[in-house]
Design a protein around this ligand. Structure first.
Ligand SMILES: C[C@H](O)[C@H](O)[C@H]1CNC2=NC(N)=NC(=O)C2=N1
Length: 124
């Protein structure tokens, strides 16, 4: 499996795009550090959470992610709650499930330089 972060998303309106199986998703989730497979209703989603240093740094993070999403033509759901908790959810709306696009976007988000925006994890 080559590095997902260097792949490109395909247009979601291609008619032969189908949601992947749970098994395929379980294989791919190992390639995107920190992301979880969650089931919302009967559809699978990718989900990851971060704690940011401040509300405004959360919005800076949204902008970094938005730039990647626009470049890929594939977009996540962005949540910023209780001032410093960022959650990103990704799925392919056109098929109501997961496609490789979702994992490519997750890998590209992981590749962003966001350390300066994130709260340091407690070491103890
Ligand atoms: C034509 C194309 O389907 C749409 O423009 C794109 C936009 N971004 C998208 N993002 C996501 N996550 N799913 C989609 O189906 C999708 N569709």
């Amino acid at each position: 499996m080559d590095d997902l972060s260097i792949k490109k998303c395909v247009p979601c309106d291609s008619k032969d795009l189908r949601p992947m199986t749970e098994q395929a998703a379980s294989d791919l989730i190992t390639k995107v550090d920190g992301w979880n497979l969650v089931s919302e209703g009967d559809a699978l989603r990718l989900k990851k959470t971060w704690k940011v240093k401040s509300f405004t740094k959360g919005l800076e993070m949204f902008k970094l992610i938005a730039d990647v999403a626009e470049a890929e033509g594939h977009h996540p759901d962005l949540h910023l709650v209780r001032w410093n908790n960022v959650t990103v959810e990704i799925w392919t709306h056109a098929v109501g499930g997961l496609t490789e696009n979702d994992f490519i976007l997750a890998a590209k988000i992981n590749a962003l330089n966001m350390q300066h925006l994130l709260r340091r994890k407690a070491t103890n």
